[in-house]
Design a protein around this ligand. Structure first.
Ligand SMILES: [Fe+2]
Length: 313
């Protein structure tokens, strides 16, 4: 059995930041959490192409810094094959932002061995880069807990082991953000209805893994990659934001703004392509680039997105 990481409080803006790296938002306490989310960059070794996966990954990191995010979430498939060089390169670049970085593994990261991402995090040894854990950590000592599902089973992570699954018992009444490579709510039917390939890509034990989340009285926001598809949906108290990949059109990075206060939670999502998509490619987008959900009186509802900012910086 693996030892589970203990719950920790992460006061962003102090130990996790490189001195002089800039301002970060105050988390929790009604002021919110802004996450920069990078899903499925699929990095390969020695990629020096100006329009390749590494270039898009660097561009996404730079944009997150410019957008003033409070932390970075790496949603898995950081590498194409799970090779040490690609994983380390991706983690080192993320570390250099000076932001708090939380990572989970994807099926591609398990290509060479099951613990490759955990080993890469250990070798990189950056204070601001950690795996997200089932127990999670409370940001800012307030009421938002960030947790993660980091899979490492021997079928390329398609079965979440009992010691990897979300540990809801310790979450209490907090609003929880769960970082996961795999969706926790299958949206196969919607994808197939829209004629978008979904395949046999859900976790094999999805129902078992998701049951505790769906039983929670408090809200959970799942953020996932893996399907390389924009989607959003809500079931019970669980809102799921599915992020498209950096490795294929629409080459998205995703910004998530979570605000709590006054008995209400607002989740704003903005998907920002970091490279142009070819005109003749159908984008894997089941939901729009900008959207917002609100949780109040015990349920999630869609709301109008915040007005768009002026030209991208
Ligand atoms: Fe992927």
């Amino acid at each position: 059995m693996r030892k589970r990481a203990r719950t920790a409080t992460l006061p962003l803006g102090s130990s996790d930041l490189v001195p002089g790296s800039g301002e970060t938002g105050v988390l929790g306490g009604g002021s919110g959490l802004r996450l920069g989310i990078l899903a499925d960059p699929h990095l390969v070794p020695d990629d020096h192409a100006t329009d390749g996966d590494m270039a898009r990954y660097r561009s996404a990191l730079r944009r997150c810094v410019r957008e003033g995010v409070d932390g970075l979430a790496l949603l898995g498939d950081l590498s194409w094959s799970g090779d040490a060089a690609s994983l380390e390169a991706g983690l080192r670049l993320a570390a250099r932002t000076g932001l708090a970085v939380r990572a989970v593994s994807g099926n591609h990261d398990l290509g060479e061995w099951e613990d490759a991402l955990a080993e890469a995090v250990r070798r990189v040894g950056a204070k601001n880069v950690r795996l997200a854990t089932p127990a999670g950590e409370v940001f800012g000592g307030e009421d938002v807990r960030v947790t993660g599902l980091c899979v490492a089973s021997d079928n390329y992570g398609y079965t979440a082991r009992s010691d990897e699954r979300p540990d809801v018992s310790g979450w209490g009444e907090e609003t929880v953000v769960l970082l996961s490579h795999y969706p926790m709510i299958s949206f196969r039917e919607r994808a197939e209805r829209e004629g978008v390939y979904y395949g046999d890509n859900d976790l094999e034990n999805l129902e078992e893994v998701a049951r505790p989340l769906l039983s929670r009285a408090a809200p959970t926001v799942v953020i996932n990659g893996h399907m390389h598809m924009r989607d959003d949906c809500a079931t019970e108290q669980v809102l799921q934001i599915s992020c498209a990949a950096l490795t294929q059109p629409p080459f998205d990075l995703t910004l998530l703004d979570l605000k709590t206060g006054g008995g209400r939670i607002s989740v704003g999502v903005e998907r920002i392509p970091v490279a142009p998509s070819p005109d003749d490619v159908r984008l894997s987008a089941l939901s729009p680039a900008r959207l917002r959900w609100v949780f109040e009186e015990g349920m999630w509802r869609q709301a109008a997105p915040k007005p768009e900012k002026q030209a991208a910086r």
